[in-house]
Design a protein around this ligand. Structure first.
Ligand code: DP6
Length: 384
């Protein structure tokens, strides 16, 4: 019997991936760049057991048995096996795969990226595969390929039809910009958004803006973003991040029929951040939104306390314990000055527009967990 347990991180793009040139291999129409978020606060965890005694391959996600017929799941399994040396004993054994996310999947927080990266990374331990396996994760979910590295990561779109050059590389390691912080504002929203997969397919089929963006804007923006990250140039980094998020959502609106991912709360956040940056006469915070209403704010540690106070003032929480409203790193405290408070009055929202806030930072790539207590299975190889 063989067993492996790993953790893999979430990543949040600052130059967005939206659109495939090959649906089957999951090859994108443009490069994208993201930061990998700390494993301490948001991650996927997977245990895989491989044994000659198992009679079928089974997969549990967050405690529920899943179908293993899923095409993307099958593809990842097949591809990682192709990379194993033929004499690896367990290649023909069945598997028990047990996966969990330590953050709500329903919140639409890049859970498929962390999940597929974790699945593939753990399979690689079982089948003793090394090297850059991000292109295998890519076949599970495009954005997953950026979760194989820590720090700042670029997914190269690649040129080849077989996808062999469409993989992730690290632009800068996790300790490169130690002051960088991330606030994830989880927006209350009950509607189920259109999935990224189907949304981007319609965008590719119908949006001329998306085509123009991929061909003429992203190539330049990616180079500028790499420079801004390497130089730790926050104002340039922040401007590019916000412009790219807005252009991605413009392409969604240009899609026919359009897909709306932002809601009214998201739009208040956008206006608030611009008003704050203007008030402080410096770009201090950047927002970015994926295929949902939740905001991800990038900012430097020195500004976190004031920005959190501002968010608390504009978005009062429902009366719940602060410990369940704020997740992640310990939240610093300050008071906001009167002039800022005055500026914020018009932004004030009714209670409960935000569900909770995760305060985190840039972190490492996937990790192998060696302790027996880390395994998600009991001694019989079944979920604990
Ligand atoms: C908006 O990776 O979820 O988060 O490849 O079809 O699985 P599939 O899509 P997915 O798309 C994520 C898109 C995004 C932007 C990004 O992460 O770059």
């Amino acid at each position: 019997m063989k067993i492996a347990t790993c953790k893999a991180p979430v990543n949040i793009a600052v130059i967005k991936y939206w659109g495939k040139r090959d649906e089957n291999l999951i090859l994108p129409i443009n490069d994208s760049i993201s930061a990998t978020l700390s494993l301490d606060h948001m991650c996927a965890k997977t245990t895989i057991v491989s044994s000659p005694d198992l009679t079928e391959t089974r997969f549990w996600l967050n405690g529920e048995l899943q179908s293993t017929g899923n095409k993307r799941f099958q593809k990842c399994l097949e591809e990682i096996k192709k990379r194993a040396k033929p004499d690896v004993e367990c290649l023909n054994w069945h598997l028990n795969i047990v996966s969990e996310n330590n953050f709500p999947t329903a919140a639409g927080l890049a859970s498929s990226a962390a999940g597929y990266a974790c699945l593939v990374y753990t399979l690689a331990q079982i089948y003793e595969v090394d090297g850059n396996i991000s292109s295998v994760g890519r076949m599970g979910s495009g954005s997953a390929c950026r979760s194989f590295f820590g720090g700042w990561v670029r997914w190269l779109k690649g040129e080849k039809n077989d996808g062999s050059d469409s993989l992730a590389i690290q632009v800068a390691p996790e300790n490169h910009w130690p002051e960088m912080r991330v606030l994830v504002l989880v927006v209350s929203d009950h509607k189920k958004a259109y999935s990224s997969t189907s949304g981007m397919k319609t965008s590719v089929e119908t949006s001329e803006l998306l085509k123009y963006r991929a061909e003429n804007i992203v190539p330049r923006r990616v180079e500028e973003m790499v420079q801004a990250i390497q130089n730790k140039d926050f104002p340039t980094f922040a401007k590019l991040t916000m412009q790219d998020s807005n252009q991605f959502h413009s392409s969604c609106l240009d899609t026919y029929p359009p897909c709306f991912y932002l809601n009214d709360t998201s739009r208040v956040i956008i206006e608030l951040i611009h008003a704050y940056n203007e008030f402080r006469e410096e770009t201090k915070v950047a927002y970015t939104f994926d295929a949902g209403p939740n905001a991800c704010l990038y900012l430097l540690e020195k500004d976190v306390a004031e920005v959190i106070e501002m968010i608390n003032y504009v978005f009062p929480s429902e009366p719940i314990a602060m410990s369940s409203y704020f997740k992640g790193k310990a939240v610093p405290y300050t008071t906001i000055d009167e002039k800022l408070m005055y500026m914020l009055i018009n932004f004030r929202q009714p209670e409960g527009k935000l569900k909770y806030i995760i305060y985190t930072e840039v972190g490492s790539g996937p990790l192998v967990l060696k302790e027996a207590e880390d395994h998600l299975v009991a001694e019989n190889g079944e979920p604990k």
